[in-house]
Design a protein around this ligand. Structure first.
Ligand SMILES: C[S@@+](CC[C@H](N)C(=O)[O-])C[C@H]1O[C@@H](n2cnc3c(N)ncnc32)[C@H](O)[C@@H]1O
Length: 262
């Protein structure tokens, strides 16, 4: 398991109308739901949806940092995802080709950005996330996306969210996906663009994914066709396993393990 730091999280709402939602989530996550305003770290229901607020610390992060998942707008939203093509590195790595759309189990969904791109390209994707807090942020973002006429069909028809440990899910899977995608938390100190403030907030909640090698081992036993691991440029191979091939990018790479090479 990951070494998740135990933050004293609470759940609250920015208006009285949203307090019931906050109380329901607090009960589910077994965290306090104080009646008045609380200090970060906290989950807050606002008019734009659920957000996580915390103090990250560090020279570039004065004040409160906010994590809010948005599939409709924003940097990873629909406008970005629908412009992605089957020639981009992620698509090639998971096995998308003209006329071929593998089913994908995204073992480490995080903010769901990679899974959303794959679904926008036409793959059926299971988003799997073990952190209940990140899972709550994802579920809220999906609820909002289901209200948007352009995006709702993608979530209704192609995306499924599962909260729980991916290793356990893979061990008992009866219908293996074509591709299993693994993108564990990047090691500390990485300078990749993906080590963004958002990823630093997620790290503060979930800790380091120290069991990535075991997850890869289980994925290699389960995937019907391939396993894809995202790694920072220059990072050691996950579990010291050499891949069948690599897809290289500026700051990171995909290590691709083909079943037929195992
Ligand atoms: C780097 S983030 C993934 C980012 C994601 N690819 C995206 O596009 O937003 C890693 C996430 O994987 C989750 N995770 C790591 N190991 C997991 C496991 N064994 N089962 C389920 N989730 C896992 C962590 O909790 C964290 O939220």
């Amino acid at each position: 398991m990951a070494e998740a730091p135990t933050l004293p999280l609470s759940c609250t709402a920015s208006s009285a109308a949203l307090l019931q939602k906050a109380a329901t989530l607090a009960k589910k996550l077994q965290i306090p739901c104080p009646p008045g305003p609380a200090a970060p770290p906290q989950l807050v229901y606002t008019e734009r949806g659920l957000e996580l607020r915390l103090q990250l610390g560090g020279p570039d992060t004065v004040g409160t940092s906010v994590l809010h998942i948005d599939f409709i707008g924003g940097r990873s939203g629909y406008r970005h995802a629908r412009n992605c093509t089957i020639n981009q590195p992620l698509a090639r790595a998971v096995g998308i080709r003209p006329g071929v759309r593998p089913t994908v189990f995204d073992a480490t969904a995080g903010m769901g950005a990679d899974a959303f791109v794959l679904a926008c390209l036409g793959c059926r994707v299971t988003m799997n996330e073990r952190s209940p807090v990140v899972g709550a942020l994802l579920a809220d973002a999906i609820d909002r996306a289901l209200q948007d006429p352009d995006i709702a069909p993608i979530f209704r028809d192609l995306i499924r969210l599962v909260i729980g440990d991916a290793q356990a899910a893979l061990r008992t899977m009866s219908d293996p996906p074509d591709t299993i995608y693994i993108d564990p938390m990047y090691p500390h100190g990485g300078t990749s663009a993906l080590n963004s403030k958002e990823m630093r907030i997620i790290r503060a909640i979930v800790g380091d994914d120290v069991d990535g090698g075991e997850l890869l081992a289980q994925a290699l036993l389960t995937a019907a066709q391939r396993v894809v691991v995202k790694r920072p440029k220059g990072a050691p191979l996950l579990g010291e396993r050499p891949p069948s091939h690599q897809v290289l990018m500026k700051n990171s790479r995909f290590d691709v393990y083909l079943r037929r090479h195992l």
